[in-house]
Design a protein around this ligand. Structure first.
Ligand SMILES: [Zn+2]
Length: 213
């Protein structure tokens, strides 16, 4: 078995893409993009969420709801959204384990997917994640959706150009992405069908398993 790998994409032969949404804590606003979430739920779009511990604590009802949706998958995103490489192995372990524990103890959910805050990590992080038995999920397409200077069209172009079989794409569902809902709608109704790409959760993409309809 090779050392825990940092996963950035699924099998290139798989006609799927993973739409992933980080739920980083926010200081201002609701921290929940209702319009985006309603769209994903209404259209049954397989999606993967990475929840930070602080976000879960502030959104108990939403956490419960998302965990109950069969075509959604929930992983974790650190406790307080720390810059992991600035911390010792023990501190990294606590930051990574925080939301894993909350989900297990309060929601009976066994979260195995992990994405580091800011996508930042070092060798120590890789070792800690491996030791905790988690899967390290990065991305190969950064939508840039929290950037307030990008228009929906610019984000869409960026994702469209890069999207290919096996892509893992990062977005935000905490309200930081003002254009996210619009971009997701265009991708799922127009771009992906034209490219022959089907949205899948990260786990299904890695196994390349077509979602049950
Ligand atoms: Zn984040």
């Amino acid at each position: 078995m090779s050392p825990a790998q940092v996963i950035k994409s699924g099998p290139p032969a798989c006609p799927g893409v993973a739409l992933t949404f980080d739920l980083c804590p926010v200081k201002k606003g609701s921290g929940y993009d209702t319009s985006l979430m309603d769209y994903l739920i209404e259209h049954r779009i397989p999606s993967t969420f990475f929840m930070s511990g602080k976000w879960i604590t502030k959104h108990e009802e939403e956490t419960d709801q998302l965990l109950g949706i069969g075509f959604f998958e929930v992983g974790t995103h650190g406790e307080v959204h720390a810059h992991l490489p600035m911390h010792s192995a023990e501190e990294q372990r606590e930051e990574i384990l925080g939301p894993v524990r909350i989900l297990r103890e309060h929601y009976a959910h066994h979260a195995t997917l992990f994405r580091p805050p800011y996508g930042e990590y070092n060798d120590m992080t890789v070792d800690v994640v491996k030791e905790l038995g988690l899967q390290f999920i990065q991305w190969n397409i950064e939508s840039g959706d929290p950037d307030p200077t990008l228009s929906a069209e610019q984000i869409l172009n960026r994702v469209t150009k890069r999207a290919k079989p096996g892509s893992i794409i990062v977005f935000h569902a905490n309200g930081k992405g003002k254009q996210t809902r619009q971009v997701i709608e265009r991708l799922t109704t127009d771009i992906f069908p034209h490219k022959g790409l089907t949205p899948m959760t990260v786990s299904d993409l890695l196994k390349c398993k077509q979602p049950a309809r």
